[in-house]
Design a protein around this ligand. Structure first.
Ligand SMILES: C[S@@+](CC[C@H](N)C(=O)[O-])C[C@H]1O[C@@H](n2cnc3c(N)ncnc32)[C@H](O)[C@@H]1O
Length: 294
């Protein structure tokens, strides 16, 4: 048992929409604590298996422990789903009956201050999903030029991007910004909340995480690399948690359907029910889109 928990979002909907072949091999490209993998395995017969991938070695270890009861029906690989083709081949798998991407980070990441993801807990400006990566939020905040910081937070929807980027540069001239609490305090001072539903630092924190982990690039590469691996009839399901990510999925799926050989299973994204949102706040912005290979 771990001290952290993560409630899988849109679990029943994902299982219902993803499974088309009962005895197949599936990939959970964002294993996390293994919640969706467990749901898939519970819904499938013993012949079916899941390869779970996570970029974070700590998370892969947590999932390995949680999924022990499934024995050899589950394999776990640590790696970036942007290289899903190499990972699947290395595991000796030739074709897939389905793949799931449940994007972003897990509750464990948010809840563990040392990972530096949360604006609620003080920690180092880190935000790396894989701690072996060279780029950290500290580097961006303390070394990137004004234009790059301003652009990054603007494209992630921050209205006060210029004011914030200027304040970051002024502050770091005196002393580097070291912690999430220092950055949060700076944002609260420079662009205080004015009745918005979200904390004033939310968009800057999201922007930093996305940049530190090349999240948009990984997503595009992951989709492209997995396409040839799926069997005819197999489905790809993607759960997103913010509009920038959802736009990438929506446009890529539309392009695939127009190109031929693919059919949208969900014309509109599947969203969580009121009950799910009431019991899991993290689910409120989730959207599931599914496409099938013809
Ligand atoms: C939202 S959580 C998944 C939760 C999981 N579905 C569950 O039910 O427990 C997303 C997971 O994807 C992992 N991740 C993020 N980007 C990744 C990438 N490029 N390659 C592989 N794993 C990634 C994160 O480390 C995190 O554990």
């Amino acid at each position: 048992m771990t001290e952290y928990s993560h409630v899988s979002v849109l679990a029943a909907e994902t299982v219902n929409l993803l499974i088309t072949e009962k005895k197949g091999t599936y990939v959970d490209a964002t294993l996390g604590m293994g919640g969706h993998t467990a749901c898939l395995l519970n819904a499938l017969p013993p012949e079916a298996s899941v390869l779970g991938i996570d970029w974070d070695p700590e998370m892969a270890g947590v999932a390995a422990n949680n999924l022990k009861p499934f024995g050899d029906r589950v394999k776990i690989a640590q790696g970036n789903f942007a290289n899903i083709d190499e990972i699947v081949t290395r595991e000796g798998i030739r074709s897939l009956s389905g793949v799931l991407f449940d994007l972003g980070i897990s509750s464990l990441h948010f809840d563990k201050p040392s990972r530096g993801f949360s604006l609620k807990h003080d920690g180092p400006l880190d935000m790396r999903i894989n701690p072996d990566n060279p780029l950290t939020a500290y580097t961006i905040i303390n070394q990137w030029p004004y234009e790059q910081i301003e652009h990054l937070i603007r494209i992630c929807g921050e209205r006060h991007s210029r004011r914030l980027a200027r304040a970051i540069l002024e502050s770091r001239r005196v002393k580097p910004l070291e912690t999430t609490a220092e950055l949060t305090a700076l944002i609260e001072r420079v662009a205080p909340a004015r009745g918005e539903k979200i904390h004033p630092a939310t968009k800057t924190f999201l922007a930093l995480r996305v940049a530190v982990n090349y999240e948009f690039d990984n997503l595009t590469r992951g989709i492209q690399k997995v396409m040839p691996l799926l069997k005819p009839g197999a489905r790809m399901g993607i759960i997103t948690f913010h509009s920038l990510e959802d736009r990438i999925v929506k446009e890529t799926f539309r392009l695939m359907a127009n190109m031929g050989g693919w059919q949208l299973v969900t014309r509109k994204p599947v969203k969580p029910s009121e009950e799910e949102i009431a019991s899991n706040k993290r689910a409120r912005s989730a959207k599931l889109r599914v496409i099938e290979k013809l």
